[in-house]
Design a protein around this ligand. Structure first.
Ligand code: HEM
Length: 214
């Protein structure tokens, strides 16, 4: 996952606490299992360094994350929006907060909705819109290889996977134990912020009365 993922920060708001380094003996968000694949910390550090040179102690890391996320969307041909600033950086970072509040990759859309989104005051439409964040970026094969090779212990692929997409994914993720290969989450357009991700999402999600386009 990139730095975009914790921006949603389902736990404590967008306070940049993911950037804090852990104190010895106290596991923090950065070291939490769902965050171990996060990349992009160096980018934020470089922006912070320049800003500290220009105006020390003024721009928070939480504002930098929000501004960088917007700029990435613009640079990848997505829309522009004004980002209000003035966020304060969090000072607390606890591994368990990430573990308990970030949905794991194997969750289905319905369980995500009821277990994570609705309790946070977000509805089905919010979930669909936010998942559109996957128009950018890549995923490790290990996040979904069980669905290609051994779905729920059957040693067979997930029967709900698109029959044309399955061989393409198996071609990239050649073994169930591959932990390093990255695949595009929005095939053919993973560096463009567009709506084509929705063309690849499961038909069941698109036709559901809760998530259908109104
Ligand atoms: C239902 C909640 C979500 C689940 C289960 C989920 C799951 C995942 C998984 C499994 C990956 C691949 C991680 C890896 O292998 O490194 C990923 C990556 C990513 N996610 Fe999510 N995600 C969720 C919500 C979101 C939201 C709300 C956004 C943005 C608004 C988002 C944006 C991204 C991006 C941009 C990447 C690509 C990261 C990269 O290329 O480094 N995700 N997500």
């Amino acid at each position: 996952m990139t730095i975009i993922e914790p921006i949603l920060s389902l736990a404590q708001g967008c306070d940049a606490s993911i950037l804090l380094n852990c104190a010895p003996g106290s596991p923090c968000e950065k070291e939490s299992i769902p965050n171990l694949s996060l990349r992009g910390f160096g980018t934020i550090d470089r922006v912070k360094e320049k800003l500290e040179e220009a105006c020390p102690g003024v721009v928070s890391c939480a504002d930098i994350l929000a501004l960088v996320a917007r700029d990435v969307v613009v640079l990848t041909k997505g829309p522009y929006w004004d980002v209000p600033t003035g966020r304060r950086d969090g000072r607390k970072s606890v591994a368990g907060d990430a573990l308990n509040n970030l949905p794991p990759p194997f969750f289905d859309a319905t369980r995500n909705l009821y277990q994570f989104f609705i309790p946070k005051g977000l509805d089905a439409k919010d979930q669909v819109v936010l998942l559109g964040g996957h128009t950018l970026g890549t995923s490790h094969c290990s996040a979904f290889s069980d669905r290609l090779y051994n779905f729920t212990g059957t040693m067979m692929p997930d029967p709900s996977l698109d029959k044309r997409y399955l061989p393409r994914l198996k071609n990239k993720c050649t073994s169930p134990s591959d932990t390093t290969t990255l695949v595009e989450m929005d095939p053919g357009s993973f560096r463009t912020f567009d709506a084509s991700y929705y063309g690849t999402s499961p038909r069941a999600d698109r036709s559901s009365p809760r998530t259908r386009r109104s």
